[in-house]
Design a protein around this ligand. Structure first.
Ligand SMILES: [Zn+2]
Length: 90
């Protein structure tokens, strides 16, 4: 059993949650922005609840850009938004 649960802050709503409940957005060393559902990709990461409204809040506040310390073009954000909700049955 791990001694403590890793907690991360959602860049959308600002709540602290268990890391495994959050979705990681990563800026890879190549400078591309990706959704990292494994949590293991290399690069600088930002976390969001598995909730489209948190992604939209983060867009509105530009907090994703701030967390990842890079400008993110709208088309990338649109793409992330369109891939956000995956059907649980695959
Ligand atoms: Zn959130």
């Amino acid at each position: 059993m791990p001694k403590k649960i890793p907690m991360r802050k959602c860049t959308g709503c600002g709540e602290m949650k268990e890391k495994k409940e959050l979705i990681r957005i990563v800026r890879t060393p190549e400078g591309t922005i990706k959704i990292d559902r494994t949590g293991k990709m290399n690069g600088r990461g930002a976390y969001l609840c598995n909730d489209l409204s948190c992604l939209r809040k983060a867009r509105k506040k530009r907090s994703l850009q701030r967390s990842l310390d890079t400008p993110i073009p709208d088309e990338i954000l649109d793409e992330i938004e369109s891939r956000w909700e995956v059907p649980s049955d695959g």
